[in-house]
Every structure is written in structure tokens, then in C-alpha cells.
Design a protein around this ligand. Structure first.
Ligand SMILES: Cc1cc2nc3c(=O)[nH]c(=O)nc-3n(C[C@H](O)[C@H](O)[C@H](O)COP(=O)(O)OP(=O)(O)OC[C@H]3O[C@@H](n4cnc5c(N)ncnc54)[C@H](O)[C@@H]3O)c2cc1C
Length: 415
């Protein structure tokens, strides 16, 4: 249905991305799942060569110069061969670039954005630490000022591109005594400065993205590599939440879509009780559920993209919308993958079809870039604030009073 809403340029962009994805050898995808390929360098290089990295990065810095409405189209397609393709593509070209575009100096933009967009260099985001990822302000990685440099010490965990990336966007405490939101600074750290990759995780799915623990031991980072203000990383983090969460949501649809396609095709061929299984309501209603779930997700993503692109939405509302998308889409897509497995019966649980891989891959969507519990905590926080503002503005009908006994004495008791 969304094809009808796309401009000719967007249709072209989608088809370009489909071409890239179709050109991927199946051995490459399987080698990533088998952890034989540790980081999809060749894929990223090819995507960069086709100008499909940095969709929202301005053209003057090597990007595509698009908007969210363009980005979500590419994000969906990129994840079709596996969630991790989107993870590596998104972290490098959507998340790290977001920090550079919004907070980078002209020099930083000219130095880092073109090689990332061309797929010559790869970027990783380093936020999560062994002591936890949900509590951003609890960072224990420290950057101590030393003349014109900062000395970085600490560890970051579960970093996509921990192995494979050249640039690391790192959050570190620079003023441990300050209030939490004024205590952290964001740095662009180059691997050559001394970043060590210590442990590559054995993951349930979404393999091949170099997800690793990275260690900083007295890494000397020049002050020119501070992104934004010293002690001002909260602003960077708040901005990056949008591509992290909204971009992830758009990607997740692409990772789930093949499950619907494979289950649909299987149900038209597989027979039981003398008929194809698609003739059973128990099967075809599941297909209907999957179609509705994916289309509902796309509707949410598309309208959110329009809202974000309008530039009219205040930042706190953007964060709520991005968090809603991430939670809702990841749960719907998880359902889609599981429904597909059910439609396939026993063979869905084997590696004869990639359904089991899709299930393994997609479980990550409810955990990374902030767990779905953290999404809920943002959504409720922003919503309560918005509701209080609504009440104060007295601009809407007060629905509470539309009840027969709305004024019953002594009945509205709150304490
Ligand atoms: C494959 C993979 C790739 C990843 N890639 C990256 C990456 O590239 N860069 C990066 O920085 N991180 C990355 N992550 C880390 C990911 O974002 C974190 O795992 C996630 O944010 C949760 O942090 P945690 O694992 O430390 O869990 P914790 O923060 O310890 O949370 C544990 C549980 O407690 C719950 N919880 C915690 N606080 C609250 C609260 N206030 N209210 C309700 N529930 C709460 C959580 O929801 C969760 O269920 C990746 C993780 C994985 C598995």
C-alpha cells in the first residue's frame, strides 16, 4: 500500500536498495550467521559505493541528502537478508552520522562523514557498559582532561562493529561530581588511537556484525574529537535516540517481512487432509494477522516519518513517538516471525527454511537500542507531561464529566 505514497525518486531508491540486497550471495548471509564473517565489510563497501549509506546525511558530506521518509524505505529493504545487515548499516550511517551532522564541527563533518557514507570506514556507537546499558547516566568509562587531550579509560559492551569499525562514538564521564545530565561527554575515537577489541560475543542471532566488548586503556583523544560540548553528551544522546529507536523500528519490519513471504508460499504448496493448508482458517487467519501487523507497523513508521520530517514536532514528542514505534513494531514483528513458524509446522523449526534464523535475529529488536521496558518508561513519562499541559491549556472537552453521576457527592475519592 505504501508504494502508492512513494514519489518516483523514492521508488527508485527502494529499487536500488532491492538491487543491492538481491546481489548478495546466499553464502555471504550464511557465513555471517555461522560467524565465519565477523563484520560485513564487503556489504558495507558495496552499499557505500551505491550511495546507500547516510541516507539523511547532506549531499555535500557524501550522503544521500534525504529525509526520514527516504531513510525508512532503505532501512526496511536492508534488513531483508538479516537483521544484522540493518544493525551495521544503521549504527554507522544513521546513528553515528546523526551525532556528527547535528553536533559535529565543520572539520569533524568533513573528516568523518564522507568515508562513512562511501563505505570506506565504519562507525560504531559505544554506550552500553558491562555494568549496564539502560542507565545512561551511570556510565563508568572516564575521560580525564590532560592538557589539550582527554585520557579515556573504561569498557563498553555489546558494541556492533566492536570488531570491524574504524570510528567509535564513545560516551564517557568527564565530570563525575556534576549532576548526571552535565557529567558526560561524547567523543569520536579512532581505532588507531588505541581501541582494543577484547571479546566477541556468541550471539543467539543477528550474527556477523562484530558485536564485541571494547576496551579503552589510557587512550589519548584530542579535544578536537569532542562531539558537541564538554559535559554536553546528554544533548547528543537525546538526538541520537531518534535514529536509534525509530530507525531500528523501520529496519525491524524488513527483518520480519521474509517470514510472511515464506509462510505464505509454504501454505499455498503444503497439503494436509487432502487440501493445501492455506484453505484452513487456522492457517490463513494467521497469514491475515501477519499482513495486518506488518501494514500497521508501516503505517506507524510512515506517519512518524512525516511528522519528524515536518520539523514541527518538539523534541520530547519526537522521543515519545520514536520509542512507541520501537516498542510496538518490535513486538508485532516478533509475533509475525512466530506466526510464520507455526504456519510452517515442524520444518519451520529446522534450518531448511530461514524462519528459525528470523526468530533468532528478531528477538534482539526488543532488547537493543534501549529495552522495550525503557521505551515504556519514556512513553509514560512524556505522556503524563503532555496530559498535564493539555489540562492546563483547557483546550479540549473534559470527557470525565460525561457520566450520569459525574457530580455525585462524596464519590470521587482519590486519597
Ligand atoms: C546483539 C546486541 C547488539 C548491541 N549493540 C549495541 C551497540 O552497538 N552499542 C551499544 O551501546 N549497545 C549495544 N547493545 C546493548 C543494548 O542496547 C543493551 O543490552 C540494552 O540497552 C540493555 O542494557 P543491559 O543489557 O545492560 O541490561 P540492563 O540495563 O541491565 O537491564 C536488565 C533488565 O532490567 C530492565 N530495566 C533496567 N532498568 C529499568 C527501568 N528503569 N525500568 C524498567 N526496567 C528496567 C531492562 O528492561 C532489562 O529487562 C547491544 C546489545 C546486543 C544484545
Amino acid at each position: 500500500m505504501f508504494d502508492y505514497l512513494m514519489t518516483p525518486e523514492q521508488l527508485k531508491l527502494r529499487d536500488e536498495t532491492r538491487d543491492l540486497i538481491k546481489s548478495l550471495p546466499r553464502e555471504y548471509i550464511l557465513d555471517m550467521d555461522a560467524d565465519k564473517i565477523r563484520y560485513p565489510k564487503e556489504f558495507m563497501q558495496e552499499a557505500g559505493r551505491r550511495n546507500l549509506i547516510g541516507i539523511r546525511v547532506p549531499k555535500e558530506y557524501g550522503g544521500r541528502g534525504g529525509q526520514w521518509q527516504d531513510d525508512i524505505i532503505v532501512a526496511e529493504e536492508i534488513c531483508v537478508p538479516g537483521y544484522i545487515f540493518g544493525c551495521t548499516w544503521g549504527v554507522s550511517g544513521d546513528v553515528v552520522t546523526e551525532a556528527l551532522v547535528h553536533f559535529g564541527t565543520e572539520e569533524q563533518k568533513r573528516k568523518y562523514l564522507p568515508p562513512i557514507c562511501k563505505g570506506e570506514k565504519f562507525a560504531a556507537e559505544c554506550l552500553t557498559e558491562p555494568r549496564g546499558g539502560s542507565d545512561f547516566f551511570g556510565a563508568t568509562t572516564i575521560a580525564r582532561r590532560d592538557g589539550d587531550d582527554f585520557i579515556l579509560n573504561g569498557q563498553k559492551r555489546f558494541i556492533v562493529g566492536g570488531e570491524g569499525a574504524d570510528f567509535f562514538l564513545v560516551y564517557a564521564k568527564t565530570d563525575p561530581e556534576a549532576p548526571p545530565h552535565k557529567s558526560i561527554t561524547c567523543f569520536m575515537v579512532e581505532r588507531e588511537m588505541g581501541v582494543k577489541t577484547e571479546y566477541l560475543y556468541n550471539l543467539m542471532g543477528s550474527r556477523g556484525g562484530g558485536t564485541a566488548r571494547v576496551v579503552f586503556e589510557n587512550v589519548r583523544v584530542p579535544k578536537e574529537n569532542v562531539i558537541g560540548e564538554v559535559n554536553g553528551a546528554y544533548a547528543v544522546f537525546s538526538q541520537m535516540m531518534i535514529p536509534e529507536r525509530f530507525g531500528t523500528a523501520a529496519m525491524t519490519i524488513g527483518a520480519a517481512r521474509p517470514a510472511l513471504e515464506i509462510a505464505t508460499d509454504y501454505s499455498t504448496k503444503r497439503k494436509a487432509f487432502g487440501t493445501t493448508i492455506k484453505n484452513f482458517q487456522g492457517v490463513n487467519f494467521k497469514i491475515a494477522d501477519m499482513v495486518i501487523k506488518l501494514d500497521t507497523c508501516r503505517a506507524m513508521i510512515y506517519t512518524t516519518a512525516l511528522a519528524l520530517d515536518s520539523g514541527k514536532v518538539k523534541p520530547s514528542r519526537c522521543r515519545r513517538m520514536a520509542s512507541e514505534c520501537k516498542r510496538f513494531v518490535s513486538e508485532q514483528c516478533w509475533d509475525v516471525a512466530n506466526l510464520a513458524m507455526q504456519v510452517m509446522g515442524g520444518i519451520g523449526y529446522t534450518d531448511v527454511y530461514p524462519i528459525e534464523k528470523i526468530v533468532r535475529d528478531l528477538r534482539l529488536s526488543m532488547i537493543w537500542v534501549g529495552t522495550n521496558e525503557i521505551m515504556n518508561s519514556i512513553i509514560q513519562h512524556e505522556w503524563y507531561k503532555e496530559r498535564a499541559e493539555e489540562i492546563a491549556s483547557n483546550s479540549k472537552r473534559n470527557s470525565e464529566l460525561d457520566a450520569f453521576s459525574a457530580f455525585a457527592e462524596g464519590e470521587k475519592v482519590y486519597e
